[in-house]
Write a protein that binds this ligand. Sequence first.
Ligand SMILES: C[S@@+](CC[C@H](N)C(=O)[O-])C[C@H]1O[C@@H](n2cnc3c(N)ncnc32)[C@H](O)[C@@H]1O
Length: 217
Amino acid sequence: MKLSSRLDTIKNKVTDHYDHIWDCCCDHGQLGVALLASHPKSMIHFVDVVDELMVELESQLQKHASAIQSQWQVHCMDVAKLPLIKGKKNLIIIAGVGGDLLIELVRSIQTRNNGIELEFILCPVLHNYMVRCELIEMGFGLISETLVKENKRFYEVLHVSNQAVESMTAVGSRMWDLSDGVHQEYLNKTISHYQRMEANPKCTSRVSEQYQELIGK
Ligand SMILES: C[S@@+](CC[C@H](N)C(=O)[O-])C[C@H]1O[C@@H](n2cnc3c(N)ncnc32)[C@H](O)[C@@H]1O
């Protein structure tokens, strides 16, 4: 099945070898299924909290087992309790959930896996500024970042690690190509969004100004 441009962007960021790749909040498992083909030497884990989805996915994977070269496992569980394999290279992908939940999950995984290398590819639905601020606060650095427009919505795909030396910024850095009309559209939309919020006298933050500074760069 053809991947959406958002999921395809995430898949294309998986260029290294990982012993374990976790497709978290996987729903029907589209991304993980694509990774089975592109990463035959990795163990692909499908993780979602909805039992019926995981039963159906497991039965589909078993049905096509002879055509699948990689190893896979299906886990019906809360991603907050992800059982990472210590001493092995893990990549954790969380996409398609709101920024608040995504950060809650990353924070829980970090707390439960203190002191080990943690590498994530993250693609929240909305609240990118808050997600970035929280990741910076948790000590994550940037591997890469990409802006994607799909079905009139914009998504930021963030590849981060607690071992990466490049700092992340709250409004994005390498992601932007302001000669591109799509990027201009997203930046203008984001500035207008924060300006509307900041028009409320109770709002004291000036996030819109941080995005506006990108235009002068
Ligand atoms: C919209 S789907 C995202 C599917 C896919 N990752 C994507 O980006 O297109 C969100 C999925 O997150 C799952 N989910 C929400 N909270 C979860 C949690 N704490 N642990 C595991 N799965 C969760 C839901 O059951 C749902 O299937």
